[in-house]
Write a protein that binds this ligand. Structure first.
Ligand SMILES: Nc1ncnc2c1ncn2[C@@H]1O[C@H](COP(=O)(O)OP(=O)(O)OP(=O)(O)O)[C@@H](O)[C@H]1O
Ligand SMILES: N[C@@H](CCO)C(=O)O
Length: 325
C-alpha cells in the first residue's frame, strides 16, 4: 500500500481552501507506486491526484513540478500541477511537500502493441522538443555519478560473473561519457523512467488514445537518447528473455524520429545507450533489493530482469535507429 502519510477528509478540505478547485467531494488512497503517497481527490469541479512526496527533497521538487506545468501548458499530456491562490504550485501537508495535479484518463498497458509504442514514441519526442525552452536545470539524479557511487555498495552482494558485468558496464559508460559523441548528443529535460506503468491509455487495443505520461519524479536533464533507451528496454522487449522485439522497436523509434530525427552521434551511441539504460535500473533495483528503506513494505522489483537485459544488449546485435523520415 503506497499511502505512507494518512490524509483525512478534513485535511483535504483544509488543503483545498488554498486553491480554487471546487468543493471537496471524495478522497481515496492509491495502492500503486513505491515513492510517494498518492490519493485521488475529487471536487465538485474535477478529478485530481494529491501526491505527498515521501523521499524527494523540497529543493528538488520545483524542477519536476514546473517541468510538468511547462509541458502541460504546451499541450503535452502530463498531469498539470494546480496553482494555489498565493501562486505556489507546491504545498505542505503534515510537514511534507505535496502537490495537487490533474488526473489523466486511462490505465497502463501490460502488453503494448505497435499502436501503443508509436503513440508513446511520438509523444516523448514532442515532450523533448517542448521542454527545450524550459529554464530550470537539474541533472538526472540517477545518472552516471549515482551509478559510480552505488555500484561499490551493491557489489559485495553479487556473484563473480555479475560483478564482472557491473564493472565492465560501468567502465564502458565512463568512457562513453568522456567521448566527443556523448558531448554532442541532444540533451534536455527527460522523463528518465517512462516505463509502461507510467503511461496511461484510454480507447481500445486497436485504437488506443494516450491519456498521458505520469510520474515525472525521476526526470532530469540528460541525453534525450537515454530517455528513448529506457523506453525501448521496457516497451519493446520479450519480458521473459529481455530480447528486443523488432516490430515494436521499429514502431516506437520510427514514430519518435518522425517528430525529432536522430542525429549522427545518436546513431553511433545507440547500443551504448541501451546498455546505459539497463545498467541504471539494474543498479537501482539491486540497491532497493539489498538495502531496502526501513519503512518500505512493498516487494522490490526483480534486479535480475535488468541483469538479463544488460547481458542481451552486450551479446546480441542491436537494430539501428531509423534514418531519414
Ligand atoms: N495524474 C494522474 N492521473 C491518473 N492516475 C494517476 C496520476 N498520478 C498517479 N496516478 C495513479 O497512481 C499510481 C501511482 O502513481 P505513481 O506511479 O506516480 O506513484 P509513485 O509512488 O511515484 O510510483 P513509482 O513506484 O512508479 O515511482 C499510478 O500507477 C496511477 O494509477
Ligand atoms: N521503473 C523503475 C521503478 C522506479 O520508478 C523500475 O522498474 O525499476
Amino acid at each position: 500500500m503506497a499511502v505512507f502519510t494518512p490524509v483525512s477528509e478534513q485535511d483535504a478540505r483544509n488543503l483545498l481552501s488554498n486553491y480554487s478547485l471546487g468543493e471537496f467531494a471524495s478522497l481515496k488512497g492509491i495502492a500503486a507506486g513505491i515513492e510517494n503517497s498518492n490519493y485521488f481527490l475529487t471536487t465538485s469541479a474535477a478529478e485530481y491526484v494529491l501526491t505527498i512526496f515521501e523521499v524527494l527533497k523540497v529543493e528538488q521538487l520545483p524542477f519536476y513540478i514546473e517541468l510538468m506545468h511547462h509541458l502541460a501548458e504546451r499541450g503535452i499530456p502530463v498531469p498539470k500541477p494546480q496553482t494555489r491562490l498565493d501562486g505556489a504550485r507546491l504545498t505542505m501537508l503534515h510537514g511534507k511537500p505535496a502537490a495537487i495535479v490533474s488526473k489523466l484518463a486511462g490505465t497502463y498497458i501490460v502488453s503494448p502493441n505497435t499502436a501503443h509504442c508509436a503513440l508513446t514514441g511520438a509523444t516523448l519526442a514532442r515532450a523533448h522538443l517542448a521542454s527545450a525552452d524550459f529554464t530550470i536545470r537539474q541533472p538526472n539524479l540517477r545518472g552516471l555519478s549515482w551509478w559510480q557511487e552505488t555500484a561499490p555498495v551493491v557489489m559485495p552482494f553479487l556473484s563473480q560473473s555479475a560483478q564482472n558485468l557491473l564493472s565492465t558496464s560501468l567502465a564502458e559508460q565512463i568512457a562513453v561519457a568522456r567521448s566527443e559523441d556523448w558531448r554532442a548528443l541532444p540533451k534536455g529535460p527527460s522523463h528518465c523512467d517512462l516505463f509502461r506503468d507510467n503511461v496511461l491509455f484510454a480507447g481500445t487495443t486497436e485504437s488506443p488514445v494516450l491519456g498521458g505520461f505520469i510520474d515525472y519524479y525521476f526526470a532530469g536533464v540528460d541525453a534525450w537518447l537515454f530517455d528513448v533507451a529506457v523506453c525501448l528496454n521496457d516497451w519493446c522487449i520479450d519480458q521473459t528473455s529481455g530480447e528486443l522485439i523488432p516490430e515494436l522497436a521499429t514502431a516506437w523509434l520510427e514514430a519518435y524520429s518522425r517528430v525529432r530525427a536522430f542525429t549522427e552521434q545518436e546513431h553511433r551511441l545507440w547500443p551504448m545507450m541501451l546498455r546505459a539504460a539497463a545498467l541504471r535500473f539494474w543498479i537501482s533495483r539491486l540497491y532497493d533489493f539489498y538495502l531496502p528503506r526501513p519503512a518500505k513494505t512493498l516487494k522490490p522489483h526483480d534486479p535480475t530482469h535488468f541483469e538479463r537485459i544488460l547481458t542481451q544488449r552486450t551479446l546480441q546485435a542491436i537494430p539501428n535507429l531509423p534514418k531519414d523520415f
